[in-house]
Design a protein around this ligand. Structure first.
Ligand code: BEZ
Ligand code: FE
Length: 338
């Protein structure tokens, strides 16, 4: 047996459904379940059901029931999963959303983000989106182009040396692909809202030692569609893993780290707002994000910057926005079920 198969074999053994050879020593007899059961559950939906729920629930129920049958889910296992979801709910409040974090580590938020943005996109030239994450604040200060989001950085700050070594000038344009045919036109007065962690891996609201709104700012593009700011090269940080989502990561033998990234929300009149992140190519977790948000087009290379006492690194990154599609977006709004 090859080395890889020796590694994979025990995992495959655990992953196989009953009757597929999962239990080598037991008779692989497949239990017979009520063949009508799922159909009856689906049929219980009434004629006045919420239209979108009526459309999607049959598929959800089929996948859910098939999953339970396929893995032979037991009452004890199901109760344990219920405990996990309840624990997420109990831990959640308006400062921490553990249920969302659970979805993040399962890749669900990144997947629905991709589905939603592809439903709305009109062109493949639009900059890909990435998840918002839980650390956005919507009232970051509007700063002049060319200013810094790094505040009160003095040698007494524990991560001062790293901040100096990672000081960066980031600039680029906000462009529209609304006119079609591959053309991109600069958007004046677009807002580039940016936020990232300090070199200690903490956002300012997680860290009482950072000044209010540190490493956050909004920048309006000039007549050429250009924005510019000073910030820091981002560092890898672990997502909060002191709750049930962290417990699940540990049970799955997974790490909580995200590769260094800078968050953006880019908005402009007549265009769909873009929520995204850019990822530093140097990061050791670039191919191993705990929330699966990295996309090839969002990986960037900072280059050394010469002759600027405020920045050791530079990055040029353009954002391409697509046109607003009111009809489609209104339909999406009606998805707020509760
Ligand atoms: C973040 O990038 O800020 C983030 C995303 C998902 C879960 C936790 C943090
Ligand atoms: Fe983040």
């Amino acid at each position: 047996m090859g080395q890889l198969m020796q590694l994979v074999d025990p995992i495959m053994d655990r992953a196989m459904a009953p009757g597929q050879g999962a239990t080598k020593n037991r008779t692989p007899e497949k239990p017979q379940y009520d063949t009508d059961f799922t159909t009856r559950v689906i049929a219980a939906t009434g004629s006045k059901a919420h239209p979108r729920l009526a459309e999607i629930m049959p598929s959800l129920l089929r996948h859910l029931h098939d999953f339970a049958r396929e893995v032979g889910l037991t009452v004890a296992e199901w109760a344990s999963a219920i405990d996990l979801i309840n624990a997420c709910g109990k831990m959640s409040d308006d400062r921490r959303n553990e249920t969302q974090l659970l979805c993040d580590i399962l890749g669900l938020e990144s997947l629905v983000d991709e589905i939603t943005s592809k439903k709305l996109a009109t062109s493949t030239t639009e900059t890909p989106s990435a998840i918002l994450g839980p650390f956005y604040r919507n009232d970051a200060p509007l700063l002049p182009n060319g200013s810094s989001v790094v505040h009160n950085l003095t040698p007494s700050v524990p991560w001062y040396n790293q901040a100096v070594a990672d000081s960066a000038y980031v600039t680029g344009r906000v462009l529209s692909c609304a006119s079609g045919g591959g053309a991109r036109t600069p958007l004046r007065n677009a807002i580039v809202d940016v936020w990232h962690t300090a070199p200690n891996g903490l956002y300012e609201q997680q860290d009482t030692d950072q000044p209010e709104m540190n490493l956050r700012g909004r920048f309006a593009t000039d007549a050429d569609g250009r924005y510019s700011l000073y910030c820091l090269r981002p560092v890898a940080y672990p997502i909060p893993d002191d709750g049930p989502a962290g417990q699940l990561l540990a049970l799955l033998d997974r790490h909580p780290w995200r590769p260094g990234h800078i968050h953006f929300i880019v908005s402009a009149a007549g265009h769909r707002s873009l929520t995204t992140q850019i990822f530093d190519s140097r990061d050791e977790y670039i191919n191993n994000d705990s929330v699966f948000a990295v996309k090839e087009e969002l990986i960037v290379k900072f280059v050394p910057r010469e002759g600027d006492p405020k920045a050791k690194w530079a990055l040029e990154y353009d954002f391409v926005l697509g046109p607003m599609q009111e009809e489609v977006e209104e339909t999406d709004q009606s998805a707020a079920f509760l």
